[in-house]
Every structure is written in C-alpha cells, then in structure tokens.
Design a protein around this ligand. Structure first.
Ligand SMILES: Cc1cc2nc3c(=O)[nH]c(=O)nc-3n(C[C@H](O)[C@H](O)[C@H](O)COP(=O)(O)OP(=O)(O)OC[C@H]3O[C@@H](n4cnc5c(N)ncnc54)[C@H](O)[C@@H]3O)c2cc1C
Length: 411
C-alpha cells in the first residue's frame, strides 16, 4: 500500500509518521517552500498527546512545551468562578501540552525527514489536481509561486491534509464557498513575562462578546512566554478580515476594549503591551460535510472539519484523525474500504465538535455567568452551582472524546 499526503501541517505529518510506523509507504507533499515556525500557541489535549506518545515524542515535546496544570475561568472583573485540573494534574496518563504551533510543526517535520526519509518529504509541492485511474490515484503538484508542474505521483490513496483552504475539499465540493464568519475577530500574540505567570495554566477571562485567553507556552527559570488571544464579537461585522495566519495589525485596533482589564493577578493591558507583533484572524469554520471519502481520496484535519478554536480541539482532532487513518490502513487490503472505515470512525465525531463549538463549547459557562451576574458576584454559589458548571465541562469532554472514562476504556 502506498499513500500520498497533501499538506505537511500538524495532521499530515503525524499521519505520515503513524502510517510509516505501520509499515505503509508514504510520501508527504507540502505547498510552502520553506517551513517557518509560523503561528502562535496551540493546546494538545491528552487523547491527542497519547497519539504523539506512540511516536515516542513526549520527551521532545516536554522540552519545548508546557504541561498544562489547569483551566481557569474568570469574569470580566477578574473574579474566578471555575477551575479544573488538566492533563497529568487531572490524573490522565499523559500531559496536556501548551505549545508554539510552529515549533511543534518543525519537530514533526524534522522527525518525518529523519524517520521516513528526506526523499519522501517534499516542500514547494502544491497539490493542484488529482484523478483516479484504474486501481490508483494520480496527484499533480505545482510550484505555487510559478504554477509550473513539478511532479506527478501515483499511489493507492490520497489524503487531503491541506488545511482550511483545502484544494482536495474544493475538488469534491466546488460550490462550498468561503468559510463561515459570524463577526468574531481574534488578535493573537505572544508576550515575554516574568517566570511563573499564570502558574502553567490556561485562563479564560470575560464573556462570549469579549474574551481574553492566555497560557504559557514556554517556561524557564527567569522568564516565560505567554500566548494570548483577545477576542471581540461584533454581529454587525459580516466581512471577515483577511484569512491569513500571519496578518499583522496595530494593537490600537482592539486595545481600548481591554484597557481596564487590570486585575490583582493579571495585568491584561501590560501583557498586550509587551507583545512585539499581533496577528489578526477571523473566527471561522465550515459546515460539517456529509462525506469525506471519495474512492481513493479522503480528507483529514482542518481540510475535513475546520472548527472554531474553542476547547483546544483544532490540532488535537487532526491528530486523532491521523491515528484512526493509520489504524485502518495498517490492516487494509482494500484502500477504498479502509478510507470509508476511517470516515465512519471520524466524521460524525468531529461534526459534533464543530457544531458544539459554534455554541461556544465549554465556554458556554462564560455566557451563562455574564447573563446571571453581569455586575460580578459576592458568592458564586448564589449565581451558579458547582454541579452545573461541572456538567458543562464534562459534556464537552465527552463530545470531544477526552473524558477520563472513555480514555481509560480505550487504553
Ligand atoms: C501557517 C499556519 C499558522 C497557524 N497558526 C495557528 C495558531 O496560531 N493557532 C491555532 O490554533 N491554529 C493555527 N493554525 C491552524 C492549526 O495548525 C490547525 O488548525 C490544526 O493544527 C490542524 O492541522 P492541519 O494539519 O489539519 O492543518 P494545518 O496545520 O493548517 O496544515 C495544512 C498544511 O497544508 C499545506 N497546504 C495547503 N494547501 C496545500 C496544497 N494544495 N498542497 C500541499 N500542501 C498544502 C499548508 O501549507 C499547511 O502546511 C495554523 C495553520 C497554519 C498553516
């Protein structure tokens, strides 16, 4: 069995490593010429980290990531109302990692080159088109800058791991159009901060109209790096900003809304002030698809199920797709049937998360707190019970597949 992967992002590279480990011939084709450490922070939930554990990557990840201790929610006055432990601190077998997306991708890329062989990992190869011939799929790659055809590859299956603007998805759904935008804009950056700020935890502040999320992605004795996202919802804004992960903007665009968010435990304006560059990105997703697999071709990761970056699931679900794909392929004699089996395992599961994230996922509690206590609270028990908060957190974990019970069952 031979597999072509279009897209050397987080999902594509992990799938390649797992397929290779299962004894399957695999080649990865990435559009960009040079992989640069692009992006800011992402979180890898424990079920996704288990996949990386199978690849022996936990020691390398521990060197470049932070093992997250807790997820903590505060209202816009900086009052804490919910805290739950995470990763090993919650009793999982593996950590939840907060990590710089670009450094993580670089790690997977280097690992793929070392293990699968540099001759099988191509950059500057942008998938332009593909077609099925009898018993095979043929993919054609161009130099994205010039449009010149640079390579043709034939294999038993093609995996479209080519991200939110997937060419493979577009081939099967040509009239789908642009991703969905509901007026939420994200401003993302990293800031250097004193050591220990946020105590290795992820904090969520505010409500679903205006939110600030922060967590460390590097911790050293003398300093740490905090990844942060400022988010504002404006229902009247129907035109999304440019969908470019690297679009820089001036802080003044959003800073005034957060200027008063100075708490005794975190100075938000100071944190924003410490960033050297800020990237603007729209909160976008796409509707769940009825089908990912067409003959010898399927979709994986953001190409299959781009979702709102809520609940730390974007990269995590791509890793779970990779695991499901490799496990069906490892015993497959018929590539087409294996791709259908992969879709059966993953399509419905991820569609549920896409839809739940549209309803704010675990951040639903931010909306409830704002509705019930817009002026803050004296005693949280007068506003919401622990049981109610816990039920929302647990429901999300179940849908996203990382509640402890189902992880223990599957181990
Ligand atoms: C540059 C960049 C920066 C990002 N930064 C963040 C961030 O800061 N925070 C966050 O939460 N998420 C970020 N993401 C998204 C995050 O990586 C994904 O949501 C998640 O990891 C799922 O991974 P994926 O492999 O499905 O998609 P991605 O990680 O998006 O990878 C898709 C890959 O496919 C390549 N590609 C695209 N089209 C083609 C083609 N036609 N042929 C071949 N290759 C192609 C892309 O160059 C990319 O490397 C970023 C993605 C990118 C590409």
């Amino acid at each position: 069995m031979k597999i072509i992967i279009a897209g050397g992002g987080i999902g594509g590279l992990t799938a390649a490593l797992l397929l290779h480990k299962s004894g399957i011939e695999v080649k990865v084709f990435e559009s960009v010429k040079t992989l640069r450490p692009l992006g800011v922070g992402i979180n890898l939930l424990p079920h996704a980290v288990s996949v990386l554990n199978e690849l022996g990557l936990i020691p390398a990840l521990s060197e470049i990531a932070v093992s997250s201790k807790a997820l903590v929610y505060y209202n816009k006055f900086g009052q804490k109302y919910w805290e739950e432990p995470r990763g090993v601190y919650a009793g999982y077998a593996v950590p939840q990692f907060s990590i710089h997306r670009g450094r993580f991708q670089q790690l997977l890329f280097e690992q793929a080159k070392a293990i699968i062989g540099e001759e099988n990992i191509f950059t500057n190869h942008h998938l332009q088109s593909f077609s099925e011939t009898t018993g095979k799929v043929v993919a054609r790659f161009v130099d994205h800058a010039t449009g010149e055809l640079v390579h043709e590859e034939t294999a038993d299956a093609l995996i479209g791991a080519d991200g939110i603007h997937s060419a493979v998805r577009k081939h099967f759904y040509p009239s789908e159009g642009e991703p969905k935008f509901k007026g939420i804009t994200l401003w993302r950056a990293v800031s250097e901060a004193p050591p220990g700020l946020l105590n290795s935890s992820m904090v969520m502040i505010g409500n679903t109209q205006q939110k600030f999320v922060a967590y460390p992605i590097r911790e050293e004795e003398n300093s740490c790096t905090i990844n942060w996202i400022a988010e504002i919802k404006n229902e009247n804004n129907t035109t999304p900003p440019k969908r470019d992960w690297n679009k820089k903007v001036e802080k003044e665009v959003f800073f005034p809304a957060f200027a008063s968010w100075k708490f005794d435990w975190l100075d938000v304006p100071a944190l924003i002030g410490a960033a050297t560059e800020v990237f603007e990105f729209p909160m976008i997703d796409r509707d769940p698809l009825p089908r990912w697999t067409f003959g010898r071709t399927t979709l994986l990761g953001d190409a299959a199920h781009p979702m709102y970056p809520i609940g730390s699931n974007g990269a995590s679900q791509a890793l779970l797709d990779a695991k499901a794909l490799a496990s069906v392929m490892s015993t497959a004699t018929d590539a087409k049937e294996a791709l259908r089996a992969y879709e059966r395992q993953r399509l419905e599961a991820t569609s549920r998360i896409v839809l739940l994230n549209r309803e704010n996922g675990p951040d639903k509690i931010m909306e409830m707190m704002e509705d019930r206590a817009p002026d803050g609270f004296k005693n949280i028990d007068d506003v919401i019970s622990h049981k109610e908060l816990e039920a929302i957190a647990n429901h999300y974990k179940k849908v996203a597949g990382f509640d402890k019970a189902s992880l223990t069952d599957s181990q």
